[in-house]
Design a protein around this ligand. Structure first.
Ligand code: KIV
Length: 263
């Protein structure tokens, strides 16, 4: 097991695991100081590309953004999402996961649970590709948002799914939009860390889409705490720039380039 993954694994029942998403070097560099895991999520579809769902994100999108993020990440575990359609068969999954790892030098891939694709996780793990699982609301496959784990029967099914993913060799598991009761039971009964998003504080760690928690995406469901209003900061700066340009206040002489010094 890779040392960084071992470190994450050991945090279960000890310290909470801090995770966020990133799609570029500049943001990743800041997150790296505070995060255990940085995920290049296919949520880039909504956040960066203005798409309604994550379905059109391609392998190339993931590779390009993960390469950028890799430049900013030194200490955190870097995980890249496998896009929809890239892991439908074991052969495809292996080929594509290898390509992502080779081209981006990330540490692991994440894939969403779909039609008992545990065998695919197992094949990747056997081929030394660390895998993060993802259950509950899995946007690549579920069209309509629904809180999962509302009945005991549903919790049992989710628990079986989680245990099968653990058995297949995943090193951690994202629980997206599960009831607190379901998140608590699953977290207790699996030995790999659970990473929650909209799934209460019973999980071993938490992840949010960075643009949501920074107030930049315009998407603020109940489970997202807005830690900043970056949109307002950008708006204020751009408004001032616009006014300075219109009034010929920028560039003033101090920004002229007429000597040997450029910086
Ligand atoms: O794509 C993503 O950002 C994710 C997280 C929300 C877990 O899958």
């Amino acid at each position: 097991m890779n040392a960084k993954i071992k470190k994450i694994y050991k945090k279960k029942n000890r310290t909470k695991i801090v995770c966020l998403t990133a799609y570029s070097k500049s943001v990743a560099k800041i997150l790296d100081k505070f995060c255990d895991i940085i995920l290049v999520g296919d949520s880039m579809a909504n956040v960066l590309y203005g798409q309604k769902n994550t379905h059109k994100i391609s392998l190339i999108n993931i590779v390009q953004h993960t390469c950028s993020v890799r430049e900013g990440v030194k200490k955190s575990l870097l995980v890249a999402d496998m896009p929809k359609g890239s892991y439908l068969t074991a052969k495809n999954a292996l080929k594509n996961a290898r390509l992502i790892l080779k081209r981006t030098k990330c540490d692991a891939v994440k894939l969403e649970s779909y039609k008992n694709n545990f065998e695919i996780i197992n094949i990747l793990v056997k081929n030394k590709i660390p895998v993060m699982g993802h259950i509950g609301f899995t946007p690549q496959y579920k069209k309509k948002f629904r809180l999962e784990g509302q009945t005991e029967k549903e919790i049992d099914l989710l628990l079986n799914e989680a245990k099968s993913i653990e058995k297949a060799g995943a090193f951690s598991l994202v629980l997206e939009c599960l009831t607190p009761r379901a998140a608590k039971r699953i977290t207790k009964q699996i030995s790999i860390p659970s990473i929650g998003i909209g799934s209460s504080s019973y999980c071993d760690g938490q992840i949010l889409v960075t643009d949501d928690m920074l107030g930049l995406s315009g998407f603020y469901p109940k489970f997202v705490k807005k830690y900043a209003n970056i949109d307002r900061i950008i708006e204020k700066a751009v408004k001032k720039y616009s006014s300075d340009v219109k009034n010929a206040k920028f560039p003033s002489k101090e920004f002229f380039l007429n000597g040997p010094k450029f910086r």
